[in-house]
Design a binder for this molecule. Structure first.
Ligand SMILES: [Zn+2]
Length: 283
């Protein structure tokens, strides 16, 4: 090899290294996160889904709300193969893809039982903890989501409306008991699924107490987690919830707002969230 050839090889190698360096920096900085072009897809295939945006949010949570466990919580509703255009319905294929992408991104799946253990100091919280939850207790949760969770060996939390258990298109008591026996966690979504915000004090207490009692009777074990219908709360609700529950969840995320154990934020997941990165843009 002549000196001239050697020099040009050095230059070519240098350019390749520079491009590779720029590419990995772009990935690391999150510049390709919302990029569905060739480069974005290449980064995703090489490095897995980019969750940098969510890790930044969790860092902010640590600063704004140091007293709460830092978790990524998701709120699903229906999981069925039809009704692809219903924004609150995620198809079973998409649901499984989400789970696999979160696994690929290094998440550990937790449910409210795990969270309770962490709060009691009996377990430590993984760095990337993902809590998957389902609101309303739809029959498809048992028919489609639950078998996928079992198959993928992860657990989920199901927030059930106590007065609708066994109704048309809702899960039955036997189904809930079976899910609980196989590692799923069940929480309350009140008695009647009406927004608690603005309700009279006695009604708020009824919705909180009665749903917990009914579910505990049905499940034979304590129920200590609540998801607010429509994610709505007001001062009266927040004043009372601690009397009946150990933790309660909203249905949206506001990174700038302080959270407590009774205003734990969840990302709503919708039919258009084809990639997990897009879930982190839901508010
Ligand atoms: Zn609901």
């Amino acid at each position: 090899m002549s000196l001239k050839e050697f020099k040009s090889e050095i230059v070519v190698t240098g350019i390749i290294c520079l491009c590779a360096g720029l590419f990995s920096m772009a990935h690391y900085m999150g510049w390709l996160e919302q990029d569905y072009s060739l480069l974005g897809n290449l980064a995703r295939n090489l490095y897995g889904p980019s969750v940098r945006q969510e890790m930044n949010r969790l860092q902010a949570v640590k600063e704004i709300s140091p007293d709460i466990p830092r978790i990524t919580a998701l709120c699903y509703h229906e999981v069925r193969p039809d009704r692809k255009r219903d924004p609150l319905n995620v198809s079973p294929e998409l649901f499984r893809r989400h789970i696999r992408e979160f696994k690929k991104a290094g998440y550990t799946f937790i449910d409210v039982d795990d969270l309770r253990q962490c709060l009691a100091g009996k377990a430590s919280l993984p760095e990337k903890a993902l809590l998957i939850s389902f609101d309303d207790g739809y029959a498809d949760n048992y028919n489609y989501a639950y078998p996928i969770l079992l198959d993928e060996k992860v657990s989920g939390t199901f927030f059930v409306v106590s007065s609708t258990v066994g109704n048309v298109n809702r899960m039955t008591a036997d189904e809930l008991r079976e899910m609980q026996a196989n590692g799923m966690a069940i929480g309350s979504h009140t008695v009647n699924h009406e927004s608690l915000a603005g309700m009279a004090d006695t009604e708020i207490e009824f919705e909180m107490r009665r749903s917990r009692e009914a579910l505990e009777k049905l499940l034979g074990r304590p129920v200590y987690a609540l998801a607010y219908p429509e994610g709505k709360v007001d001062k009266a609700v927040l004043d009372k919830v601690g009397k009946y529950y150990e933790m309660a969840f909203l249905a949206s995320v506001a990174p700038e707002k302080k959270q407590t154990l009774y205003t734990l934020q969840r990302y709503g997941v919708f039919s258009w969230n084809d990639r997990i990165e897009s879930i982190f843009r839901n508010r």
